[in-house]
Design a protein around this ligand. Structure first.
Ligand code: 5GP
Length: 239
């Protein structure tokens, strides 16, 4: 499957058409950005690591009945996936308080939440991805019906119920993560984008070490080593 014209270039990926109008190719870039683009850098090999990690996690979720856009990994930096109309809502799932939850509500960093929190952010860089409630999402027309928002929350919880124990087994706490969804050509809501240390927080269960993009956000260094470690744990014996 060949890349055809560029449809869109985001901060971490480029999206290309293919000869099949139902299929697109994402190219995972080595670029790193944080704080809505205010901090940027690049790390050779980061894109390939995120492609490989996302591939394994999409396969896992597919095998557990979650519909995703994933078709196959084409090479180190390219993934073939279904075309979908992306819903402009970032679905944030949190098990442990940190990041903007801590900043916004003053909950102590590292607090294990009494239940999994699902939040919606408006996917709009110009506005800085503000928080949304259901009425905002409906007024903005980001979805057509309340049922669709309920479905996004339900899917996010189901995905967390699969990923949280999966990572615990591998010695990582799944602290929080961001999901994106879209509608495929039949109107089904499917998981899109990527699942990688760029949009998840992983803390080593024993040491508490951060194994995700916070290493870049907080200037800790060692980002690639951490992403490699996450991939190695995912691949386990087959690495
Ligand atoms: P926070 O709201 O604390 O900044 O982020 C919560 C979780 O969602 C983190 O795992 C973070 O990586 C992810 N996240 C939230 N917004 C974005 C975004 O715009 N881009 C990416 N890559 N991840 C995000």
């Amino acid at each position: 499957m060949q890349k055809r014209e560029l449809v869109y270039e985001g901060k971490a990926k480029k999206l290309f058409k293919t000869d099949d109008s139902d299929l697109y190719i994402s190219e995972f870039k080595d670029d790193l950005t944080a704080f809505n683009g205010a901090k940027s850098s690049s790390e050779a090999g980061k894109g390939a690591l995120n492609n490989k990690i996302s591939t394994e996690l999409f396969k896992l979720l597919d095998s557990r009945g979650i519909q995703t856009h994933f078709v196959k990994m084409l090479d180190d930096n390219h993934m073939l996936h279904k075309r979908a109309d992306v819903i402009l809502i970032e679905v944030i799932v949190r098990n442990i308080a940190t990041g903007s939850l801590t900043r916004n509500l003053g909950i102590k960093d590292g607090t294990v939440l009494p239940f999994t929190l699902v939040e919606f952010d408006y996917k709009d860089d110009d506005l800085g991805d503000p928080k949304l409630n259901d009425q905002h999402a409906l007024i903005l027309g980001l979805v057509d019906y309340q049922d669709e928002l309920d479905k996004l929350r339900r899917l996010a919880r189901e995905i967390n119920d699969i990923l949280k124990p999966y990572f615990k087994d591998k010695g990582l706490n799944l602290v929080d993560f961001k999901l994106e969804f879209g509608k495929d050509s039949s109107g089904n809501i499917i998981l899109v984008d990527e699942i990688s240390p760029d949009n998840c927080r992983f803390w080593d269960i024993n040491s508490g070490e951060k194994m995700d993009k916070d290493r870049f956000r907080e200037g800790l260094g060692g980002l690639k080593v951490a992403y490699e470690d996450v991939l190695r744990r995912i691949l386990g014996d087959s690495a």
